[in-house]
Design a binder for this molecule. Structure first.
Ligand code: G4P
Length: 540
């Protein structure tokens, strides 16, 4: 029996409950660490799919991707990252997808502005890899807590504690395992659940299923039973747990939420070992959506009237309809499809009749959403990443930072007669955040310089120039790989240096471009007075 509630507190109570049960996270990893496999495994545990292979299905991947742009089809990759939502226990989990393969782009970073936690997925044999490091840096800059999953423990690899040392040494994050592997890498038998001061609480033994297609059955044993069953390998795991405790590597919720420590789970996404433990950890320890500060620094509480931030805009996902989807993360209040909200940047009303979620090729209509949820809005022509939508009391959230570009190219229209169209298209793509646009007086407006986090952003630009604006373009890569923020005083001196160019980005920031870090270091040494500041995350 539920106790009767008065109508006045019924609505806010429900909203607060919905907020409290949400967990919104993204997986950060290097290509091939197993992100797709883990996503499948999570969906399998949440009973969204009945057999692994249904969403991305490696072998069937080419046929299951969304039909976004010819380019995407040809390359067999999915640029259309969004969110997978599922219920687990009493919780609603939103797994926001990060584009992860050769399609690494600014969008990959932007996703991290829409989540409350990140799962750092590491290949046990390879350790920390470049893309993981870059994404981790963004997570750190945003102050979001990180749960670490050491994947592929079913394969031979490093010793468990060695991997943890690498995390401490290279990124200064203190790993605090919640579960340690029983059995060396390549002989993964199960997990030791660590309790207070590293004391083993239980042994979870997993049984393999054919091809890892279904959930791996678990048996739970007491430490005494584990010793009897596994002998030395259990003793090793217990000793490792004690060593970690002696080094202070036990879970501490406050330090985790502050981004200083990271709970660790050893797993095999392929065999579904440790996947349930990850879900349990997210439910138990990851933070629910919290208030977000607006441009004035005032927090918008999750129970305030509806507000959301756009973190990604996807154009032309469906060639038949030429639609433009904007993905927003709900920050506060309840979203109901059909409600008319206000676009903070223009002050104009925005109708939300077509609201949906996209995962793989599935598009599902969303009728209601709560803080932490991701909703795609159709025909969102005026919306760009960082924009705010709200109902009721006005709010505007700060813009999403631009990330450090590492790829640069000039772009020009092949036919001079198309110049006007070309400029219009450049401005449009710039405002959508597809690519960063740079200019200087030497190069002029006919050949702007495009700056990107991943080279695929260039492909998106040239493909859209052709398909949507009917402008054939010529793209030429520039030999720069590093950008630094500078100022008007330093710019003239920098421009005189060989192999350095200074540009103004469309947000007014002055950027100096360098061929490589040695060139940058040389100039910093020779001309120490010049302003050369790192940009937000990425190339550092
Ligand atoms: P990604 O999305 O991060 O790029 O990685 P993905 O899941 O596609 O996995 C990359 C490869 O690693 C795949 O092998 C996948 O099967 C394998 N893999 C993922 N998790 C595990 C794991 O826990 N253990 C082991 N042993 N392998 C794992 P592939 O050869 O590229 O594809 P497939 O032919 O195996 O499907």
């Amino acid at each position: 029996m539920t106790s009767p509630t008065t109508p006045t507190d019924a609505v806010p109570r429900r909203l607060a409950d919905e907020v409290a049960r949400r967990r919104t996270f993204a997986v950060i990893s290097h290509p091939d660490a197993g992100k797709s496999t883990l996503t499948e495994a999570l969906a399998l545990h949440a009973k969204v799919i009945s057999e692994a292979g249904a969403i991305h299905g490696k072998s069937g991947r080419k046929s299951t991707v969304s039909d976004w742009m010819e380019m995407e089809k040809a390359r067999g990759i999915s640029v259309s990252s969004t969110a997978l939502q599922f219920e687990y226990g009493d919780c609603v989990i939103n797994l926001v997808d990060t584009p992860g393969h050769s399609d690494f782009s600014e969008d990959t970073y932007r996703v991290l502005t829409a989540v409350d936690a990140a799962v750092m997925l590491i290949d046990a044999a390879k350790g920390l890899e470049p893309q993981t490091l870059k994404l981790f840096q963004v997570a750190r800059d945003r102050g979001i807590p990180v749960v670490t999953v050491i994947n592929k423990w079913d394969r031979p690899g490093q010793a468990p504690l060695e991997l943890l040392d690498e995390i401490v040494d290279r990124i200064g994050l203190t790993p605090t395992p919640l579960f340690l592997p029983v059995g060396i890498a390549g002989d993964f038998r199960g997990l030791l659940r660590r309790g207070e001061e590293g004391a083993p609480v239980e042994y979870i033994h997993f049984t393999r299923t054919a091809g890892g297609a279904t959930i791996a059955p678990e048996e739970h044993y007491t430490p005494e039973q584990a010793l009897e069953r596994e002998g030395d390998v259990w003793v090793t795991a217990v000793e490792e747990s004690e060593l970690l405790s002696a080094a202070g590597q036990d879970h501490d919720q406050e330090l985790f939420l502050a981004g200083h420590t990271s709970p660790v789970i050893y797993a095999s996404a392929m065999l579904n070992f440790g996947v349930r433990q990850l879900l349990e950890t997210l439910v138990r320890l990851a933070p629910p959506p919290a208030a977000r500060k607006d441009v004035t620094g005032t927090p918008r509480e999750t129970t305030d009237p509806f507000s959301a931030v756009v973190f990604k805009v996807q154009a032309g996902m469906d060639t038949a309809h030429r639609d433009r989807l904007a993905f927003m993360r709900v920050v506060s209040g309840e979203f109901e499809r059909g409600m008319v909200v206000t676009h903070a940047q223009t002050g104009r009303p925005f109708a939300t009749k077509y609201a949906l979620t996209v995962f793989g090729r599935e598009r599902t209509t969303v009728d209601t959403a709560y803080p932490g949820d991701v909703v795609g809005l159709v025909n969102a022509n005026a919306l760009a990443p960082g924009h705010t939508l709200f109902a009721g009391k006005k709010v505007e959230f700060p813009p999403i930072p631009s990330f450090a570009p590492e790829h640069f190219a000039t772009l020009r229209a092949r036919s001079a007669g198309k110049y006007k169209q070309f400029r219009k298209a450049i401005d449009q793509l710039d405002s959508e955040g597809v690519v960063q646009v740079l200019r200087n007086d030497v190069r002029g407006d006919a050949t702007p310089v495009l700056a990107a986090v991943g080279p695929m952003q260039f492909e998106v630009v040239t493909a859209r120039m052709q398909a949507e604006f009917n402008v054939e373009t010529q793209l030429d890569r520039l030999p720069y790989s590093l950008a630094r923020r500078t100022d008007a005083e330093s710019a003239p001196e920098l421009s005189r240096q060989r192999g350095v160019e200074v540009f103004t980005r469309s947000d007014g920031v002055l950027l100096a471009l360098f061929g490589d870090k040695w060139k940058l270091q040389y100039i910093q040494k020779e001309l120490p007075k010049l302003t050369l500041e790192p940009l937000v995350a990425g190339a550092e």
